[in-house]
Design a binder for this molecule. Structure first.
Ligand SMILES: *Cc1c(COP(=O)(O)O)cnc(C)c1O
Length: 390
């Protein structure tokens, strides 16, 4: 079917939730994508931080196809090897104690929220259940994770929401302390780099002060690593840049390198909170996704992560002096560029020039495959400079 035919079917039969860019991608290899006309693009988006090693990476492909052809699904009524091995690797690399597997970021956060509420209920009884999140956060699209999301634009049409979420200004340590005390909080939940909120990096001071105040009051610290996790910021998880020890970590996007997957990790305080029957998922921990995730986690070595850091620094340095760039924020290969031209216009122009980048609020957002070669990255940055320049 030609592109116009596909577009017509999409417009007629698919719910109108996505404002799609006018492109049809048909294949890819590593950090390059191809559209239906065979035009080549450099990919600095990785399917929104999902394709950790790009498209159709050979090692990842081998891991998932091997699992696909032996056991693609069995349900959580039984044991499977990929889940067990992955859980061990995740716990060992994070010092967390246990993990619950799901299929997406929203689900990983739902699980974190349920566990935080149950922790407090088990220990303190009713009435201590508020979760403090941050303004400009993004935690997902279900009613509860939207409720956790501190952005009114996502709320306006969907009331009533799950109760018990209060939003603090990021960086307002006095304010967030007061909210935690006044509202009988059981947890504070934050992205350390707000992704959808515009690639805003929280300061180390704020994060550490929140974590230590919360610890003092036995309020759980939940870090949403859905976007920042799995090597994206140059550490395995972004909290490792902040020297804190979260009680619960949620992750998804890049974890399985391109397959739907989510994970919620529990530390010492929370490892035993979820008990038999208190949570579950039919698809969660799918063996094919888990096999993909093992292959991803294994390749995120310290040496590899150092390269992620230096590629990020290279991009920042290259863009710093470009007229039209106001500021570059972010860490590792999760970067936001504030530009003089509107971000949307830059993304459209980049597509014309064979470069895939996305937006985050008013910024141009870069989330390249973590293994992008320096040659491709240099080529991409030259294109980007051209479309940003004023
Ligand atoms: C993308 C994202 C989510 C939601 O993940 P889905 O897989 O779309 O449900 C949650 N939190 C953060 C920080 C995200 O970036």
């Amino acid at each position: 079917m030609d592109f116009n035919g596909i577009k017509a079917l999409d417009k007629k039969y698919i719910a109108n939730t996505y404002n799609r860019f006018d492109r049809l991608f048909t294949s890819g290899k590593g950090s390059e994508l191809y559209d239906e006309k065979g035009k080549r693009y450099i990919d600095l988006s990785a399917g929104i931080a999902v394709n950790t090693f790009g498209t159709a990476d050979p090692l990842w492909l081998e891991a998932v196809t091997k699992q696909l052809s032996s056991l693609s699904h069995i349900s959580n009524l039984y044991y499977t090897e990929p889940q067990a091995i992955l859980a061990k690797k995740l716990c060992e690399r994070t010092q967390m104690k246990k993990v619950f597997f799901s299929n997406s970021g929203a689900e990983a956060n739902e699980c974190a929220i349920k566990a935080a509420r149950k922790y407090s209920h088990d220990k303190y009884g009713e009435g201590r259940n508020t979760i403090i999140t941050l303004k400009d956060s993004f935690h997902g699209r279900t009613i509860t994770t939207l409720s956790a999301t501190g952005q009114e634009v996502f709320h306006k049409d969907f009331y009533p929401f799950t109760e018990g979420f209060i939003y603090s200004d990021p960086e307002d340590i006095q304010g967030i302390r007061k909210l935690m005390e006044d509202h009988k909080a059981c947890a504070v939940m934050m992205e350390l780099i707000q992704g959808e909120g515009g690639v805003r990096v929280l300061s180390k001071d704020f994060v550490q002060e929140v974590a230590s105040f919360a610890k003092e009051k036995d309020i759980l610290v939940i870090v949403d690593e859905v976007q920042t996790g799995n090597g994206r910021t140059g550490e395995l998880y972004s909290y490792m840049n902040y020297d804190i020890a979260p009680d619960i970590i949620s992750t998804a996007k890049g974890l399985a390198g391109g397959l739907p997957f989510g994970a919620t990790l529990f530390g010492e305080k929370t490892e035993a909170v979820l008990s038999s029957g208190s949570h579950g998922s039919t698809f969660g921990g799918n063996p094919v996704s888990a096999a993909g995730a093992i292959s991803i986690i294994d390749r995120l070595t310290d040496t590899f992560l150092d390269e992620v850091v230096s590629k990020g620094e290279f991009i920042k340095k290259e863009l710093a002096s470009v007229p039209g760039v106001v500021a570059v924020t972010g860490m590792g290969l999760m970067l936001g560029i504030e530009t003089v031209r509107p971000a949307k216009e830059i993304v459209e122009r980049a597509l014309e020039e064979g470069l895939v980048v996305i937006t985050a609020k008013n910024k141009v957002r870069l989330l390249p495959p973590l293994n992008i070669s320096m040659e491709l990255l240099q080529e991409a940055i030259e294109i980007l400079k051209g479309v940003i320049e004023v």
